[in-house]
Structures are given as structure tokens and as C-alpha cells.
Design a protein. Sequence first.
Length: 207
Amino acid sequence: MQSYPSKLLESAVNELAKLPGIGRKTALRMALNLLKRNIPEVESLGNAIIKMRNEVIYCTECRNISDQELCAICSSPKRDHHLICVVEDIRDVMAVENTGQYSGVYHVLGGVISPMDGIGPQELHIEALISRVAASHIGEIILALPTTIEGDTTNFYLFRKLAGFNIKLTTIARGVSIGDELEHTDEVTLGRSILNRTPYESGLHRK
């Protein structure tokens, strides 16, 4: 059991260690580093985190994070609003944007269907997507979900839900390896996968 010379230090380490990917040793290094910094620097960090947590909201259109009711992508007249890229989470929006190969808008599901983890369609922003398609003139939806069993299950569920609409449904090309998540895919590969997307039904026939 780690012994700390200060209860305040121990408390800070305990809180930092709650962050994903941060073990207690890393948390201790971070806390000790903060102790070496001047007070205005540490206050600036703390205030930035508090302000982010209190003021960042979710776009009412696509569920991306935003500072306004509509995110910068959804409110941009330069984007193709007839083209929607469906992704698992906000990190995937950032990954696709970094490719510079996509000019449409997004819809963030907030996860993928995973019965083992207790995540069903009702826990995701699927109905919001259906309502969005019903209310707008959408020409194409790109399914850019992880190439995992859960991602494929979610793709098929969306395919069934969207079957009644007169829209083109495509999926990213398999340049993204099976089992990979978009955020861990290099920008060139991901960009090509978006550009070389294929009709979703074609993939069904090959399985």
C-alpha cells in the first residue's frame, strides 16, 4: 500500500487515477508535476476542466459535442447536408475530419449495440437518426462503425430500420482492418475507406 506524506496529495492521486488509462503511479507523477507548477497555471487547468464540464453541450442535430445548440459542422453552409456519416462516438468524428476527405455531416450514435454490455438500440441515438432522415432530404448515409461484431450488428439493425426510405446506404471500404476502431486507424487509410465506400447490401451478399 502506497504511503503518502500528505492527505491532500493522496486525495489528488485518487481522483486522477479514476481517469481512463491512468494508473496510480502515473497519477502520482501528474500530481507531483502539478505541485511544481505555479498556482495560476494550476488554476487555469482546473478552470478549463470545470468550464468544459459545465458548458460543453451536445449538438441537437448530430449529437457531436459543441459550444452552441448546433455544432460548427451542422451549422456550416459549406457542408453537404444530404450526406450523413454515422459513427460510434465523438472521437470518430474527429478521426474522419482529420482525413480531410469528407464534406458531409455526421450522426453520433453514442455507442454500438452490445447485448453483453447491456447496450440495446434504445440506449443509442438511433431514433433521432430515423427522425432526421424522415424530416430531411437525405441522399446517402455512410455507415462508418467499427469493423467488429458489435459494429456489424449495429450496421444491420440500421439497414433494417432505414430500408423503407429512398436513400443510398453505404459502408466504409474494408481498408480498415477487421476489429479496428476508427480512432486508431491512420488518416490515409481511413480517408481512402470513406472515398471508396461500397453499397451496404453488397457486403450482405458476400457474407
